[in-house]
Ligand binder design. Structure first.
Ligand SMILES: [Zn+2]
Length: 343
């Protein structure tokens, strides 16, 4: 099968478009013939190599995708060959204490499709049958590939971990990436006032078109501006997936008793810290990763029930994967970078 893969960790020049063996589904798994896939920042980290996370080489990246069920492993009865599906890209063992409690993203062996095994940047990929959901009718194939990891991450951050409530003020740093846009859409769906930041005036304008209530330049005056917009109160919930570049503004922007939720650190993992702000303002700093199967089911209900559509930045053929990775690396995108696959 055709695939986008690499044989050595490194830069984008290491990506190869060529032939790889077709994967076979094991017990409880299905093989999906992919129509589309989508990039995440994780794909750049996996290509570059991550300390302590050994990856078998050659490796096919890609966590997100949508396609048609192509082969069934032993014991799979919930889906038939030909079913049009999307899937939760989380990988969990199914039998540790956390998995048995329904907290799959806390699994002691947790991983992500395309990180710990071969992913979706190929004509075919193998996923767990219980991760599958029918493709929502209102989504194109391109949109169907573009929401899994980011919407699931956003759902757990805001709803499950962040406890977001209608009427609260939500601050989202760095609007334009997949998780931040999903947080904007889910925050508006929840009836919140949403403040977004970006260094790009164009990205701010587009966020305004998507319903963002307040648009702020991403600089060291964010917290001051948030205080100004909220009668000195601050934001009830702050979403920070940027890390070093924004963390201090997150601490200063949060309302007393506020919650700062982090799911990533695209600008670096070691920000300057200010412990006094945390105890004096009684802040909660909350970590969040991907989501549980229950988060996934609730998310799918929201996506289908409210006809949510992820923002697609651009669609490129799988053969032009290097161009897609480069666009992500240069942070040029607004929404998801999607790969079309003629499986
Ligand atoms: Zn487990």
């Amino acid at each position: 099968m055709k695939a986008l893969y690499f044989e050595e960790h490194g830069g984008i020049q290491n990506l190869v478009f060529g032939n790889r063996p077709e994967p076979e589904p094991g017990p409880g798994e299905v093989r999906v013939r992919l129509k589309t896939a989508a990039l995440n920042h994780l794909d750049l980290f996996v290509l570059g190599g991550m300390p302590g996370i050994p990856i078998g080489l050659p490796h096919i990246g890609g966590a997100d995708g949508a396609g048609v069920v192509d082969a069934l492993g032993a014991g799979v009865s919930a889906f038939e060959i030909g079913a049009e599906v999307v899937f939760d890209p989380g990988l969990s063992c199914g039998h540790c204490d956390y998995c048995r409690a329904g907290e799959q993203s806390l699994c002691v062996n947790f991983g992500v499709l395309g990180e710990h095994n071969d992913g979706t940047f190929a004509e075919k990929a193998v996923v767990a049958a219980d991760s599958l959901a029918p493709r929502p009718d209102h989504l194109s194939w391109e949109e169907a590939a573009a929401f899994g990891l980011t919407y699931l991450t956003a759902w757990r951050m805001l709803m499950t971990r962040g406890g977001l409530r209608t009427g609260e003020t939500l601050l989202i740093h760095g609007i334009g990436g997949g998780v931040s846009l999903a947080c904007l859409q889910l925050g508006k769906l929840a009836g919140c006032r949403v403040i977004v930041t970006s260094r790009s005036p164009e990205k701010l304008a587009r966020a305004g078109d998507l319903g963002a209530d307040e648009l702020l330049p991403a600089d060291d005056q964010v917290a001051r501006a948030v205080r100004g917009l909220t009668g000195k109160r601050g934001a009830d919930v702050v979403v920070d997936s940027v890390g070093e570049a924004t963390w201090m503004q997150s601490l200063k922007s949060a309302a007393k008793g506020g919650r700062i939720v982090t799911c990533g650190a695209t600008s670096g993992p070691n920000p300057k810290e200010e412990i006094r702000l945390i105890f004096w303002n009684q802040l909660s700093v909350i970590g969040s990763t991907m989501g549980s199967r229950d988060d996934w089911r609730r998310l799918m209900t929201a996506v289908t029930g409210h006809l949510l559509r992820p923002v697609v930045d651009v669609v490129l053929p799988l053969a032009e994967g290097r161009t897609a990775y480069r666009r992500l690396e240069d942070a040029e995108q607004f929404g998801k970078i999607v790969l079309s696959i003629d499986g």
